[in-house]
Design a protein around this ligand. Structure first.
Ligand code: ZN
Length: 84
């Protein structure tokens, strides 16, 4: 999933907070990835409102999928724990 910066046209990536990822673990990391903002290497954080409608729709779809994966992981972990 590569998106272009609406300001300069450079590729943007989802902005991860490594500290939050470290403390929250895999599930937290997935939620950060799903709902974190995008950042351009040149312009810094880019609000989603600045992206084109088509890109925003794709981002939303990707976020929903990642949130569902995170929920599935959480349910799986809970199932494993309750079996012990
Ligand atoms: Zn940019």
């Amino acid at each position: 999933m590569a998106y272009l910066c609406p300001r300069c046209g450079s590729p943007v990536s989802r902005a991860y907070n490594s500290g939050a990822q470290f403390t929250a673990g895999l599930i937290g990391a997935l939620f950060v990835a799903a709902f974190g903002s995008f950042g351009c290497q040149k312009c810094g954080k880019i609000p989603r409102a600045e992206f084109a409608d088509a890109d925003r729709r794709k981002m939303l779809t990707g976020s929903v999928i990642m949130a569902l994966v995170a929920l599935a992981v959480a349910v799986g972990v809970l199932a494993l724990l309750s079996n012990n």
